[in-house]
Design a protein around this ligand. Structure first.
Ligand code: SF4
Length: 447
């Protein structure tokens, strides 16, 4: 989900952005980290057919302590070596096997000769906003670029919170009409460790612990659920971020909410609704044709009953499209129809290149919020973070990754999606833009 400007109603903590290794001189300044090159996807772009995810490689990051102990014994070592590996990966954050100084040189060499790597990528570039939000562009092993955002805030009691907004795919196949990521095309799913390393990169750049993780960056997490769950496990068990401090976002992929609920995670589900009725929703979210609103609401209700975790409904306010008070009334009725445990998060649209959508005026936002509150719906309005850094999801990646992404075949996508029974090909094909004035913009894909 492309909601990288994670909202906070509390004061931005700009100073948290200043004490870190990666120095960003001013807002709207793009800084390329000197140790890396700006090579983009020339080679990848010439590939005619790509895999929706990389083949499994021998990557240590993402492995549990038990798995690392098993690995050590597989190499003829005592199992405590696995515990040491765990400590080096997740506590000391060592990036190269050669730098595992507690591990005997012979074992390190054997690991490397067998093709094992830690699995950390380099930061290609970054953008910082005046409010302290930093967006990183991470260069993956196949030279593809993925965005991740760190959002520092201080709460009312003065404690610091650092939220990492992580991507789950390189690009996104769902093409929501307001989203820069959707316009940039889809490349592949991320592996679990490629999601985990985004959090570590944020911690490094802020020189602080990440307290919250939102799966709201590039991509649709439910189309890569297996790897998202693997990353969630690692972030929780190995990196020690509480499940309740994590939010998994989705625009809605049939049967996946049920599947997520079956894992009984103590994490919040954020459902990107954007419209109070099916007809309008299909215009804004083309993939909604495959997942009727009623079915989504039922799945959200079941998620709440199964996990006792509230569902947050994300609603991007687009001026003149879905921001009328009548829409607010309809939304309130819809939510009351499906029961308690709901929260609405209003997101005033953050303008992106190549779109005709506009941000609503403050008056319209207030009227929408008041209407929901008068109908006893709890509401928050997302404060746009990083607006001055042009940091809408997908924009930074689009800026650098000028070579067109290869559009994978449906086979490539479906083969990577675990156990999603209703047809993902339906979802993809239903997300094809329809002819119409607001969709002409689809031709102006940024990369
Ligand atoms: S196109 Fe993909 S990344 Fe963008 S909002 Fe839709 S689901 Fe999220």
């Amino acid at each position: 989900m492309a909601l990288l400007q994670f909202m906070c109603s509390v004061t931005p903590l700009a100073r948290a952005a200043r004490s870190r290794a990666l120095v960003v001189s001013s807002s709207r300044t793009i800084v390329t980290v000197p140790t890396t090159t700006t090579t983009t996807t020339a080679a990848a772009a010439t590939t005619t057919k790509i895999k929706a995810s990389l083949p499994d490689s021998n990557v240590l990051l993402g492995m549990s302590e038990e798995q690392l102990q098993q690995l050590a014994t597989d190499f003829g070592q005592q199992s405590y070596r696995g515990k040491q590996l765990h400590h080096l990966l997740y506590k000391r954050r060592v990036k190269e096997i050669q730098e595992f100084s507690q591990i005997p040189l012979a074992f390190r060499t054997e690991l490397q000769e067998a093709g094992w790597v830690v699995g950390r990528s380099s930061v290609h570039s970054s953008v910082t906003a005046a409010d302290g939000t930093i967006k990183l562009l991470i260069k993956l092993e196949d030279n593809r670029l993925v965005e991740t955002v760190g959002i520092p805030v201080a709460d009312d009691k003065g404690s610091v919170r650092l939220t990492a907004c992580v991507s789950s795919q390189v690009g996104c196949p769902l093409r929501c009409s307001f989203c820069a990521t959707g316009k940039g095309g889809f490349s592949r799913n991320l592996k679990g460790h490629e999601i985990v390393e985004q959090v570590l990169a944020i911690e490094e750049v802020f020189n602080n612990r990440v307290t919250n993780v939102v799966f709201m960056g590039m991509g649709e997490p439910m189309l890569n659920l297996k790897e998202v769950l693997a990353a969630h496990r690692c972030l929780n068990k190995d990196i020690q971020i509480g499940q309740r401090m994590m939010t998994i976002s989705t625009v809605g992929v049939p049967n996946t909410i049920k599947k997520l609920a079956s894992h009984k995670l103590q994490s919040t589900l954020a459902l990107s609704l954007h419209a109070p009725n099916q007809k309008l929703r299909e215009k804004i979210v083309p993939s909604a044709k495959s997942y009727p609103l009623e079915a989504i609401m039922k799945d959200c209700r079941d998620y709440f009953h199964e996990t006792s975790r509230r569902v947050s409904f994300e609603y991007t306010l687009l001026a003149g499209v879905n921001d009328d008070v009548e829409h607010a009334k309809e939304l309130a009725e819809l939510l009351h129809q499906w029961g308690p445990g709901y929260h609405v998060n209003l997101i005033p649209f953050n303008p992106i290149d190549g779109t005709e959508y506009k941000r609503p005026y403050r008056k319209a936002i207030n009227a929408f919020q008041s209407m929901l509150e008068s109908r006893k719906i709890t509401v928050s309005v997302r404060q746009t973070r990083g607006l001055d850094a042009s940091a809408a999801c997908g924009q930074l990646r689009n800026e650098f990754q000028k070579s067109p992404l290869v559009i994978p075949s449906i086979d490539d996508i479906t083969s990577s999606i675990d156990d999603i029974t209703p047809s993902v090909d339906d979802i993809i094909s239903n997300s094809e833009p329809e002819p119409g004035p607001e969709l002409e913009q689809e031709a102006a894909v940024a990369c």
